[in-house]
Design a protein around this ligand. Structure first.
Ligand SMILES: [Zn+2]
Ligand SMILES: [Zn+2]
Length: 269
């Protein structure tokens, strides 16, 4: 009874503002701290989507950057400029920071090495290397109010080190980028297909299923699959294959497919 009362007060709010090659941004908030993971939507769209869930950009405590690809940072500098009087800190790795085209803007940078543990307000943030074709890509596992939230998109495969970091997570946003057969017969040039399929490319639906079958922690309560390709995947395929894999494990987390360009519901974890 006491445990129930205590756990009722512990809530982390998560909303995928968008996930996919047309823009990535995730809001995570605890009672005292609010962060944005990536800013790949336009400034206007980021603000509108934050306001739609009752949040204001001026109340953000930080923006965390996974990597410098434009679908993750294209709205960052306009957002920082518009709210510059709040001097919003940007957490990015030492190697990623110089690859972002800051122009004449001087950001307030908080630099870290991939693998470092950060403290932002009442959040503890684990950073870890992910295999992707950018200078120093990272995933995040954020712990606040006693719950762990994992954000892992843009990765060519799922190494054991990532599985380790995701242990104990109650919420996970994971990439499920493409259906291998659709990619093979799809419209991309062969060189791009090779890049997407490569060890530093993007995670396929099959690789997500392998992870569910072999590595998914049974404590996970919500699994959001995102960064879906608009040309080489379909939400119904992602949902069906993930449900089958979860069924083999007799696991039944809340499974949500984050469709490209569409803001998710608000999750309270
Ligand atoms: Zn991306
Ligand atoms: Zn990328």
């Amino acid at each position: 009874m006491i445990e129930l009362c205590l756990s009722e007060g512990l809530v982390v709010k998560v909303c995928v503002l968008a996930s996919g090659s047309s823009g990535n941004s995730v809001f995570i908030g605890t009672e005292h701290t609010r962060v944005l993971i990536d800013a790949g939507l336009s400034c206007k769209e980021t603000v509108a989507r934050l306001e739609a869930i009752g949040e204001r950009p001026e109340d953000l405590d930080a923006v965390l950057i996974t990597h410098e690809h434009c679908d993750h940072v294209s709205g960052l500098i306009p957002l920082l400029k518009k709210y510059k009087k709040y001097k919003l800190p940007v957490y990015t790795s030492w190697l990623t920071a110089p690859t972002i085209a800051w122009g004449d803007f001087e950001p307030r940078l908080e630099l870290f090495m991939a693998g470092e543990r950060l403290k932002i307000g009442d959040m503890q943030v684990d950073t870890f290397t992910i295999p992707h074709d950018s200078s120093d890509p990272v995933g995040f596992c954020i712990e606040g109010d006693g719950v762990r939230v994992g954000i892992v998109t843009d990765l060519g495969y799922m190494p054991d080190s990532i599985r380790f970091h995701l242990r104990g997570a109650e919420f996970l946003l994971l990439e499920s980028n493409h259906d291998l057969e659709m990619l093979k017969v799809g419209p991309y040039p062969w060189s791009v297909k090779q890049r997407v399929m490569g060890r530093n490319g993007h995670l396929s639906n099959d690789m997500v299923c392998d992870f569910i079958l072999e590595g998914l922690d049974g404590r996970l309560k919500t699994l959001v699959l995102g960064h879906l390709s608009e040309h080489n995947n379909h939400p119904a395929i992602v949902h069906m294959s993930a449900m089958q894999a979860l069924g083999h494990r007799s696991l039944s987390p809340n499974l949500v497919i984050s469709e490209p360009r569409i803001q998710s519901e608000v999750f309270t974890v």
